[in-house]
Design a protein around this ligand. Structure first.
Ligand SMILES: NC(=O)c1ccc[n+]([C@@H]2O[C@H](COP(=O)([O-])OP(=O)(O)OC[C@H]3O[C@@H](n4cnc5c(N)ncnc54)[C@H](OP(=O)(O)O)[C@@H]3O)[C@@H](O)[C@H]2O)c1
Length: 286
């Protein structure tokens, strides 16, 4: 049995489908099974992971493996789940981590890296088998442009020339699935940097979405402050958002993110392009 946290999320939905297709037993966690629209083949279980650690034992009972996504309840919930998994006899954790983690002291200076590195440490210390999927930057970040593109076709961004290596959620899910289903131990103790296949600027990505929906789209530049304000929310304080915006700024004219071939190495087929992602998500922008 494989327990999937964040099962209705971008990665989770694709992962549940992939695991079921491979014949695995899947327990899919969601705060609201009635609205989750998860496949009938999965055992769908209600779980708000911001609850106390004591509630986690039944979620993990009889499980061999756990897919842990910090999007489902945050880092505190993830730390409690790691502890509960070890107690419940779970054998393996595949952690959805982040390419922000570098295994250097610099991880302490960055909100995103620090949060993921803390959970990685707990997973390593748990004594369980582990694989880290250090993905980034997600193509799904472009969904934030949905309202602007639908309304006017104009995306406001502080750094139109900032470069990313957007990765399709289905590729993150495929890498996670291979690690969860691994029978040979090939993926145990591996931290995979998982990116898309090409570096693209914000302007390139907005143009690609325009091609996918058959409409003109463009980027209008705004200040870093305004961009951070728009990006911040309950799980991303304004200061952390500003850190991110500045980090994106440092990638203008310089491909700061390394391209990785991990998708191909782990799954045996090339990573999906951003153009493919935009076509898969055309309805989100139309
Ligand atoms: N964006 C990037 O570029 C990037 C880069 C590297 C790493 N990451 C990591 O990837 C994560 C995002 O993954 P994703 O896109 O698959 O997530 P997502 O689509 O936002 O999915 C999160 C799911 O978690 C569930 N959830 C939310 N709060 C919960 C709670 N309190 N208890 C239980 N479940 C809860 C929700 O399901 P229900 O509503 O059904 O409960 C939701 O569908 C980030 O949080 C970060 O850790 C992101």
């Amino acid at each position: 049995m494989i327990v999937v946290t964040g099962a209705t999320g971008n990665i989770g939905r694709s992962l549940v489908d992939r695991l079921l297709a491979d014949g695995a037993a899947v327990r899919a966690l969601t705060r609201d099974p009635a609205r989750a629209q998860l496949p009938a083949g999965a055992e769908v279980v209600r779980a708000d992971l911001t609850g106390s650690a004591a509630d986690f034992a039944p979620l993990l009972a009889g499980a061999d493996a756990l897919f842990l996504n910090l999007a489902a309840g945050g880092d505190r919930a993830a730390l409690a789940l790691v502890e509960a998994a070890a107690k419940a006899g779970v054998r393996r954790i595949v952690l959805n981590s982040s390419m922000a983690v570098t295994d250097t002291p610099a991880d302490e200076n960055n909100f995103i890296a620090r949060m993921h590195a803390t959970v990685e440490r707990a997973v390593r210390d748990s004594g369980l088998e582990w694989t880290f999927v250090r993905g980034g930057n997600y193509a799904t970040n472009a969904l934030a442009w949905g309202p602007a593109i639908r309304e006017s076709g104009v995306v406001r961004d502080a750094h139109p020339g900032a470069q990313g290596v957007p990765v399709h959620e289905a590729d993150l899910a495929d890498v996670a699935a291979v690690a969860l289903l691994d029978r040979t131990g090939t993926h145990t103790g591996q931290a995979y940097l998982v990116t898309g296949p090409e570096a693209l600027t914000v302007a390139d990505q907005v143009a690609e979405i325009g091609r996918a929906i058959g409409r003109e789209t463009r980027v209008e530049q705004i200040t870093e402050e305004a961009a951070a304000e728009a990006m911040s929310g309950p799980h991303l304080p304004k200061e952390a958002a500003l850190e991110l915006v500045r980090m994106f700024g440092s990638t203008v004219d310089a491909p700061a993110f390394p391209l990785s071939d991990a998708v191909e190495r782990v799954t045996g087929r090339p990573a999906r392009t951003f153009a493919e992602w935009a076509r898969d998500h055309a309805a989100d922008f139309s």
